[in-house]
Design a protein around this ligand. Structure first.
Ligand code: ADP
Ligand code: ASP
Ligand code: MG
Length: 404
């Protein structure tokens, strides 16, 4: 059975006109004799509105009710798509996650899909139906509605492709594919033809919103090839696949940037074993994710400065935890919001020496000061002043020949 999974993001179903266009796209696959399974996100802006409503009710809105609330946008979009296909004479219906079911594990707001029952969907497509499945939603062992993290319809599509053994999984969005950097922020960004799971995962985790990072982990684990393309153009998109399928690796594949980080510096901390642990343990207990860390060498062997980054949203919580922590002594505590993390990503880095030097030299040539550095095998991240973001993107894009 030739199955294709088509996922439409919020931007693709953002208006009635766009939903009518989506139905046209679905029809082209039917014409090619595909059994089509559609996954849809909520209409653009709807999930954000629902999140806002929950905050209006309570700053500590229940996680269980949050999932019921924010997953409702997907129900609306799916019924509109199915309704349009029915209008055009096709057999179609919406499927909510619990009706299939799409079973999830883990905490509310951030669950992961563990199992999808394929029986009802296979029967339905066998009868010629086009199922329109809600992305983002799941149901847990306690029969409660769950969601799989913001941007999680990507994960729904990929896991449906896995459990139903689809031939193709296509993510339709508002850009033509994965670009060297966000094309809406940097006009010279170039579309990438093929990208490895590893690079895509880094790019997504480091700020490229185009794919949900967890969804790429699912795709990599299950070896699902993903095509990312535009709902608004017929041009070919980007293939996300395993490394060995990619022939011409550039040294650097892409650049990501984030704007939701904040920097915390503890000045004059006692330099003795266990200090870092006593700072980070209470943060991790409260699920605050510490990202980049740098500790200065202490000139006198007694005191040191410790700097780390967290998400901006966690700033107040972090402040309180540090100030309440009687185990740590410091002379000064500094918080800074206007920072941006710029990362260059590429599997080619592994075998090419001098990448770090080139990155630092390029930034220095523009007088951009590097505040914190972190690296992994295939990425280098630097924290800089947010005002320098555009300058940094421009110089790095040129330095690593991504303009070409
Ligand atoms: P959807 O509504 O289809 O889920 P998203 O808003 O989640 O779409 O993701 C698409 C957006 O991701 C684009 O509009 C673009 O601004 C942004 N983006 C960020 N980095 C990249 C990148 N490297 N390549 C393509 N798009 C990117
Ligand atoms: N509608 C959800 C969100 O805005 C899921 C998604 O877009 O993939 O996060
Ligand atoms: Mg998305």
């Amino acid at each position: 059975m030739k199955i294709v999974v088509l996922k439409f993001g919020g931007s693709s179903v953002g208006s009635i006109k766009k939903i009518i266009k989506v139905a046209e796209i679905i029809k082209t696959y039917k014409k090619k004799k595909y059994n089509v399974i559609v996954v849809s996100s909520a209409m653009s802006g709807v999930t954000n509105e629902l999140v806002k409503k929950s905050k209006g009710i309570s700053e500590n809105f229940s996680d269980e009710e949050y999932d019921v609330l924010v997953s409702s946008g997907e129900q609306v979009a799916c019924s509109l798509i199915a309704g349009r296909l029915i209008h055009e004479g096709f057999k179609s219906r919406s499927w909510l996650a619990w009706q299939i079911p799409i079973v999830t594990k883990g905490l509310h707001k951030n669950s992961r899909i563990s199992l999808i029952n394929k029986k009802k969907i296979l029967k339905y497509i066998g009868e010629g139906g086009i199922p329109i499945i809600t992305g983002f939603q799941g149901i847990d062992n306690h029969q409660r509605i769950t969601t799989v993290g913001r941007g999680g319809s990507d994960a729904t599509a990929i896991m449906i492709a896995k459990f139903l053994n689809a031939e193709k999984c296509i993510i339709y969005t508002d850009v033509e594919g994965i670009y060297t950097t966000d094309p809406n922020k940097f006009k010279k960004a170039k579309k990438i033809k093929t990208i490895s799971y590893e690079e895509m995962l880094e790019m997504a985790s480091l700020g490229a919103k185009v794919m949900q990072p967890e969804s790429i982990q699912d795709a990599r684990l299950n070896r699902i090839d993903i095509e990312v393309k535009s709902s608004f153009s017929k041009k070919s998109g980007t293939l996300i696949t395993k490394r060995s399928n990619i022939i011409n690796n550039k040294m650097i594949t892409g650049i990501s940037s984030t704007h939701n980080d904040a920097k915390v510096s503890l000045i004059g901390v006692k330099d003795k074993p266990g200090v870092a642990a006593s700072i980070f343990k209470p943060l991790s207990k409260k699920s605050i994710n510490v990202d980049m860390v740098v500790q200065n060498v202490s000139p006198n062997g007694k005191e040191t400065d410790l700097t780390f980054t967290i998400k901006k949203d966690d700033l107040n919580k972090t402040k309180k935890i540090i100030l309440d922590n009687k185990d740590i002594k410091f002379r000064n505590l500094i918080f800074k919001k206007g920072v941006s993390k710029i990362s260059i990503i590429g599997v080619g880095m592994v075998t090419t020496p001098g990448v770090t030097f080139r990155m630092f030299q390029a930034l220095a040539s523009q007088k951009i000061n590097i505040q914190v550095i972190s690296t992994s095998e295939i990425k280098i991240s630097v924290l800089i002043d947010q005002r320098d973001t555009k300058k940094a993107l421009t110089v790095l894009h040129k330095e690593f020949e991504l303009d070409k």
